[in-house]
Design a protein around this ligand. Structure first.
Ligand code: PLP
Length: 385
């Protein structure tokens, strides 16, 4: 095997293997129920698989257009205007990308210059800070309050400096399962008025909001839409996380810069899958019914946990349920997550890994995008702990 003997000055010295890989590997090693990583253990709609097959067999296997195939861009723009009342121009303001993570990274790469500050809310989805740092930016962290994981607006105001280039907002939020309100978005709109600060809005769980509430997209707020990259994921919406397909909507001026980076990075996104998704999107029920689908799973999981020593925190959206274990153990969440996998056969994600300087909250994150049989088995184990 070749080996490199020169010096490497890592651009990401603090980054190791992600916790998702670590926990999923541990879960496999110990044959544990894997409620750690955020992906479904059930199949996507058979119609969507059939459409994928249809388009793979339709002679569409060469490079599609750089911005994405027009029918899918149109389907996305139609959905966004129908749900959030904001019209994006299909030609210049919508781009199909290989997954939301890529969209977020590309928006950062296109906008953040060395020394620029980017405000992140902690706990933060793990791709944000490395994306900022590799582009020479400086993450500035604002911690959500605990245990309700709300935005402390005064702290946000204090974190804004003349160097602030961007704020990354994730609602519905992973890993906290909180959903930010219209009031929150109005606060942000007010704070950013008159500045050049860009918003990256990670809305991959846009269709998974519970208890009759609605998703507050940046697209609904004129003062945010004019400065935002709105990013979503077909993977989360259609139970196809392995396809790595997503989209980005942004005003023309921002999208032009985005496409400059996109064009020389991945250049295009899988063509046949774009056609399949475009056709599948005609069925609006698939995404409009998603909240009820996952709410049922959340409620099932919580009902199964009744009488246990785990204390559920509020899950308002996403497919995660956080459980507080302060009545069970004094261990650090990282230690407990590993021990539960090894000794009890259930894998979760310790929420502290989403912080740079973790507070000692005693919270594990469980993914309920699983069949009822898996959830019942997982909850059965948790009840006995
Ligand atoms: C908040 C958040 N953003 C982005 C992603 C990634 O989406 P994609 O698989 O489309 O890159 C995830 C997946 O877990 C997520 O939870």
């Amino acid at each position: 095997m070749p080996s490199y003997s020169g010096t490497i000055e890592s651009k990401l010295p603090r980054v190791g293997t992600t916790i998702f890989t670590v926990m999923s590997r541990l879960a496999t090693e110990h044959d544990a129920i894997n409620l750690s990583q955020g992906f479904p253990d059930f199949e996507c709609a058979p119609e969507l698989r059939a459409l994928a097959t249809k388009y793979f067999n339709a002679g569409l296997n060469q490079y599609p257009p750089m911005a994405g195939v027009p029918v899918l861009r149109e389907a996305v723009a139609d959905k966004v205007v129908a749900l959030y009342g904001r019209a994006y121009d299909v030609e210049h303001e919508v781009t199909i990308v290989p997954g939301a993570t890529y969209g977020i990274y590309t928006a950062i790469a296109a906008m953040v210059h060395p020394g620029d500050e980017v405000i992140l809310f902690e706990p933060a989805y793990d791709s944000y800070a490395p994306g900022v740092e590799v582009n020479g930016g400086k993450p500035v962290y604002v911690q959500l309050t605990y245990p309700d994981y709300a935005i402390p607006w005064q702290a946000v105001q204090q974190a804004i400096t003349p160097r602030t280039r961007m704020i990354i907002l994730n609602t519905p939020n992973n890993p906290t399962a909180s959903v930010f309100s219209a009031e929150d978005l109005r606060m942000l709109e007010g704070l950013l008025a008159g500045t050049d600060i860009i918003v990256v809005a990670d809305e991959v769980y846009e269709h998974i909001v519970f208890d009759g509430h609605r998703h507050e997209s940046v697209a609904r707020f004129p003062g945010l839409a004019e400065r935002s990259f709105l990013i979503s994921s077909f993977g989360k919406t259609y139970h196809v996380t392995g396809w790595k397909m997503g989209y980005v909507c942004a005003p023309r001026e921002l999208m032009a810069e985005f496409r400059k980076v996109h064009q020389f990075n991945v250049f295009v996104t899988n063509g046949p899958l774009q056609y399949a998704l475009a056709e599948h999107m005609k069925d609006r029920d698939a995404y409009l019914g998603l909240a009820a689908f996952y709410q049922k799973k959340r409620d099932f999981f919580l009902a199964q946990l009744e009488g246990s020593r785990w204390k559920p925190l509020t899950s308002r959206g996403t497919f995660f349920q956080n459980l507080c274990y302060d009545a069970i153990s004094d261990e650090r969440d990282t230690d407990l997550a590993v021990r539960l996998t090894r000794e009890h056969g259930i894998a979760s994600i310790p929420v502290s890994v989403f912080y740079r300087e973790p507070p000692r909250h005693k919270v594990l994150r469980f993914c309920f995008a699983k069949s009822e049989a898996t959830l019942a088995r997982g909850a059965g184990i948790l009840r006995r702990i």
